[in-house]
Design a protein around this ligand. Structure first.
Ligand SMILES: [Fe+2]
Length: 609
């Protein structure tokens, strides 16, 4: 097990070496980097502008370039992982790295291939019964177009957002889909080429420009994508957000949290002359009787400085208990110097993200009301996490559950060239990604100075997760696995979901997710935290999406309701369907067959009528 002290001097050396390796920034003098005045992505906040004006022009341009070049990473990036058997089972759980050795996987290339939208509502064919109490819309999001003209995107997360709607009422399901008319989609469509850079694809210079103009355009700040293809995000009852009109934060995660009164919390980065900061944002609920759905009143409640401000960590979500926000700073690092130089060197932003397991994972705990970061310095071994499951407070501790991997190469592996492979080549891709497992950490809120070094500060008898005080006062955390051995055979679990309205921030018993026996989910799983037993739904050649839990009105039990999942097949002319499972016993209640090809998507929400 690596310790923080041992890593510190190593980190300093590496930082020094890396600084000398950083490519020099291209000269920006005499270049106008500003975007059009009308672009909402170029709004300047008063606070940032004041700071920028206090510095020389060169610094101002750099600030602007950093600030504008990076926010899309939080807007667009979404990760999904995989699994099968563990290679290393006899070591201590904290030390194992779990890869798989699967063979003969089915080719899933059609899931990552462009489709046409279905703007007109179409009927579906119902098998079984869709409960009459289930009324509303399942809204899902994901990439659905992967090229414009001769230009092709490189990464799954680059695809243009295709919005899906399943409208459910009186046991009937209707479907339609439409591409998000983002500036990126419209600009690319108009020019029939990729004009806006995405996560893994840097837009190349316009061939209509002169050679000199094309050369110089490499030194302009890349235009920022607004291709939000990850999730539906709701603030004050609305689904669209333009942060920069209201607060000095660029972008935000696709996974906000909500209090019962509708207050929303999210996280986003800000960028300035010294690098980046993490920010926790709070959006107040809609005033009763008001139709104001803007972000008026949004504020930054806390700013956290990264361990290295020029190499902030990539993050995709965060945890929230009743009184605290939990931010996980993982060693998946975004090198801002490389981002700045990416366009000049023909690299994508993805090329500037590196897994650096020599660093530990840090947990930051922030009081939601005061914005204060708790003094406890919590650490664990390097882990990669994209989705938190839940967090709650108990006996002076925060209990934090999340999906984790022991290796951080996954983002790179989801390049489209990998996803379109077949046969052994595809098996190799799958087997190169670490298995994602649900794990529990405990973070003690009050650190008693009198407690001896080496003592486990967790008083919780129901979890084997530990929080051990070290000589330097920091807390070293080890996890408890929230599953039994069956989950290893199912390929691990990602896309975790809970009965959010009832259990978020509270003690809970059940969570759901996709089993990852392939590059995308190939089963649906329910885990009972009391027993760690799991229920599974699986059908040969079928690939379910993230399970969305919908509670039955007035249900007395946590799992009283249904699971909705869009199930896909890569086989042509064999329809996809919306699956409805009884969340209690995981039996199928019904399915609604959709006669169109649907690409594999990311997330969704259910909006009740
Ligand atoms: Fe996500």
């Amino acid at each position: 097990m690596s310790k923080p002290d041992e890593n510190r001097s190593k980190r300093k050396k590496e930082a020094k070496n890396e600084a000398s390796e950083n490519p020099p920034l291209p000269s920006l003098e005499n270049k106008d980097l500003s975007l059009s005045e009308g672009s909402h992505l170029h709004q300047k906040t008063e606070a940032l502008e004041t700071a920028l004006n206090a510095h020389p022009r060169r610094q101002k341009q750099l600030d602007r370039e950093v600030r504008d070049a990076l926010p899309f990473l939080l807007l667009t990036s979404c990760f999904h992982s995989i699994g099968v058997d563990s290679l290393v089972l006899n070591q201590k759980p904290q030390q194992r790295v779990t890869f798989r050795h699967q063979k003969g996987l089915e080719c899933l290339s059609p899931f990552f291939t462009s489709v046409e939208e279905t703007p007109q509502v179409i009927q579906t064919k119902i098998e079984g019964q869709v409960p009459r109490w289930l009324k509303g819309k399942l809204l899902r999001n994901g990439p659905g177009k992967f090229e414009f003209g001769k230009d092709k995107y490189n990464h799954w997360f680059d695809g243009m957002a295709l919005l899906h709607q399943f409208e459910i009422e009186d046991g009937i399901v209707k479907y339609r889909s439409k591409f998000l008319r983002s500036d990126s989609y419209l600009t690319n469509s108009k020019n029939n080429r990729i004009m806006i850079s995405e996560f893994g694809t840097m837009a190349v210079p316009d061939p209509c420009k002169t050679i000199f103009e094309r050369f110089m355009s490499r030194f302009e700040a890349p235009k920022i994508t607004d291709n939000c293809n990850v999730n539906y995000v709701v603030y004050k009852g609305d689904y669209y957000v333009d942060w920069k009109k209201y607060i000095a934060v660029n972008g935000a995660t696709a996974h906000p949290h909500y209090d019962a009164d509708g207050t929303a919390y999210n996280m986003g980065n800000s960028y300035g002359k010294h690098g980046s900061n993490y920010n926790i944002i709070c959006v107040p609920p809609q005033t009763p009787g008001s139709d104001d759905s803007s972000l008026q009143g949004a504020k930054v409640v806390c700013t956290i400085e990264p361990e290295d401000r020029m190499k902030p960590s990539y993050y995709h979500s965060f945890g929230m208990s009743k009184n605290y926000i939990i931010f996980i700073e993982q060693p998946l690092k975004m090198n801002l110097w490389k981002f700045l130089a990416a366009k000049a060197f023909g690299k994508s932003f993805l090329d500037g993200i590196t897994w650096e397991p020599q660093h530990n994972t840090r947990f930051h705990v922030v009081n939601k009301l005061t914005g204060q970061v708790l003094p406890g310095q919590y650490r664990s071994k390097a882990l990669l996490t994209f989705h938190q499951i839940n967090a709650f407070e108990d006996q002076g501790c925060i209990v934090l559950d999340l999906c984790c991997q022991d290796d951080g190469q996954a983002l790179d592996i989801y390049r489209l060239q990998n996803l379109h492979k077949a046969g052994e080549a595809q098996d190799q891709v799958y087997n190169s990604i670490a298995t994602p497992y649900p794990r529990r950490f405990v973070l003690p809120l009050n650190i008693d100075d009198k407690k001896p070094v080496g003592e486990n500060l967790s008083p919780l008898s129901y979890t084997s997760a530990t929080a051990v005080k070290e000589a330097d006062g920091k807390i070293w955390c080890t996890y408890e696995s929230l599953h039994d051995e069956k989950l290893e055979k199912a390929g691990g679990l990602e896309f975790p979901q809970i009965n959010y309205a009832r259990c978020n921030g509270k003690k809970y018993r059940y969570f759901y997710g996709c089993g990852f026996g392939h590059l995308v989910g190939d089963s649906l799983i329910k885990i009972d935290l009391n027993t760690k037993e799991m229920k599974i739904w699986q059908e040969d050649g079928m690939y379910p999406s993230e399970p969305v839990f919908v509670p039955e009105p007035n249900s007395a039990t946590e799992d009283g309701g249904v699971i909705l999942s869009v199930v896909l097949t890569p086989k042509q002319n064999q329809g996809s369907f919306l699956l409805v499972l009884d969340a209690k016993d995981f039996t199928e209640l019904g399915r609604a067959e959709v006669p169109v090809q649907i690409p594999y998507g990311f997330h969704g929400i259910f909006v009740p009528h």
